[in-house]
Design a protein around this ligand. Structure first.
Ligand code: URA
Length: 441
């Protein structure tokens, strides 16, 4: 007998608690009941804990994703002929890839309607980085977002009240009830809001390592496989790359600093790892969009868009369409800049063997680049600029990094912590490749 949870949420909760499998209609009714006020916050929280402890199978996860997705508007781009593909990263340190990737892919003939997030825990968020651009509005309503995607080919906004509202409310409960760390709940949360943007395909960047939420490869692979299976079951083309997050991405951590670095990548420069990640993820996007069949061709197309300035031009148009100052493209000095730069000297000479991304992220957070409470304001100017990468030879006293701070004394409590985040040794052990694996089913 199926439990009509709209009528009896207690039986629905108990069924999962006792190890039962829930049907799609039951899950749909429960989520609808929650949105309509017939299921209370404490009943949803109890069910989330049961789901975390007992687990949800693929069919249940698909049903939860669909119920959350259809709790709000699902956008359609009926007059748009281009394929619509987005990218999602599970969160890292210095990860500014969306900002350079989305306009570059748009310049190659794919529409990119991107719903991005804010910083979560120690990780940074694309919205906070874009808001470092004077005037950039990440809160466009759905109709305007659709118009920008149609006109420019790319728009990056935050989740609005209209898109997957059940995810917003459920995520807020998970955040305070110890129920974030569940793969099926993470998958339903990510996919429901991403698919609300009316995508044909999605490329996932599942980060693994000390700077990521998934610290080991087994957990990251499980998350990647579940995302791909559930996304495909929801009728979308989905591919995941497992990528290394044992060191920060690029040379900057902090909002304006990272946006500046993304602009450098779009202009044909930028650190090699940031460029490589952009090309690797971009190639997957072009392939699932059907623009190219081979990775080599897709990478050449992206490189061409980077070298010709076509990606940069899309970026400037997107910024202008969002009310931002597109002159930051020609003149990045228009981005907010911290008044002080304080060096962190190398304590010994040698080769940088490791850089702890989490430690650096926590310092950036303490400087004001992120939030420890949802209502906190951030300082877009502050952060860390690395002057050494893994493998760089350094001499004692030379800067390993620079802290960008509002006042010099703000840097003092963090200098030894930043220095200790760099392991300087005689030689560097073998390191894992940037792209560790690819999951297609
Ligand atoms: N990001 C999301 O959007 N949802 C989660 O549950 C975890 C990370």
């Amino acid at each position: 007998m199926t439990t009509r949870c709209g009528a009896n949420p207690i039986e629905f909760i108990a069924k999962k608690r006792d190890g039962g499998r829930l049907g799609a209609t039951e899950i749909q009714d429960f989520v609808t009941g929650f949105m309509e006020g017939r299921v209370t916050d404490y009943q949803m929280s109890a069910w989330l804990m049961a789901a975390l402890l007992v687990g949800l199978d693929d069919a249940e996860t698909v049903a939860l994703t669909q119920a959350m997705l259809h709790s709000g508007k699902v956008l359609r781009f009926s007059s748009l002929r281009l394929p619509k593909v987005d990218k999602h990263s599970t969160g890292g340190v210095g990860d500014k890839i969306s900002i350079c990737l989305a306009p570059l892919v748009a310049a190659c003939g794919v529409a990119v309607p991107m719903i991005a997030g804010r910083g979560l825990g120690h990780t940074g968020g694309t919205l906070d980085k874009l808001e470092a651009i004077p005037g950039y509005d990440t809160r466009l309503e759905a109709r305007r977002f659709q118009a920008v995607v149609r006109d420019v080919g790319v728009s990056i906004i935050g989740q609005t009240a209209e898109l997957a509202p059940a995810d917003r409310r459920i995520y807020a409960l998970r955040d305070v009830t110890g129920t974030v760390e569940s793969i099926p709940l993470i998958v339903a949360s990510i996919l429901s809001k991403k698919l609300a943007a009316g995508l044909d395909g999605l490329v996932l960047d599942v980060k693994v390592g000390r700077g990521a939420f998934m610290k080991d490869l087994v957990a990251a692979r499980l998350l990647a496989r579940t995302l791909v299976r559930v996304g495909r079951a929801a009728g979308r083309r989905v591919v995941a790359l497992l990528t290394d997050m044992s060191v920060p991405t690029g040379l900057t951590i902090g909002n304006a600093l990272e946006t500046r670095e993304a602009i450098e990548v779009l202009g044909g420069g930028g650190p090699p790892d940031t460029v490589e990640l952009t090309l690797a993820l971009g190639a997957e996007m072009l392939i699932i969009a059907g623009v190219d069949a081979r990775r080599g061709d897709a990478r050449r197309r992206l490189e061409q868009a980077r070298r010709s300035g076509a990606g940069l031009e899309r970026f400037a148009r997107m910024v202008a369409a969002h009310g931002g100052d597109p002159r930051v493209v020609e003149d990045p000095a228009r981005l907010p800049r911290a008044p002080e730069r304080v060096p962190v000297p190398a304590p010994v000479s040698g080769t940088v063997a490791a850089i702890d991304p989490r430690e650096l992220a926590l310092v950036a957070l303490a400087l004001g680049a992120g939030r420890t409470r949802a209502d906190q304001a951030i300082d877009p100017r502050v952060g860390i600029e690395l002057s050494a990468r893994r493998g760089t030879r350094v001499t004692r006293g030379e800067p390993l990094a620079w802290l960008h701070v509002a006042r010099r004394d703000q840097a003092n409590p963090h200098l030894s912590r930043v220095s200790a985040a760099f392991a300087v040794a005689r030689r560097v052990a073998d390191v894992s490749p940037l792209v560790i694996g690819r999951v297609t089913r």
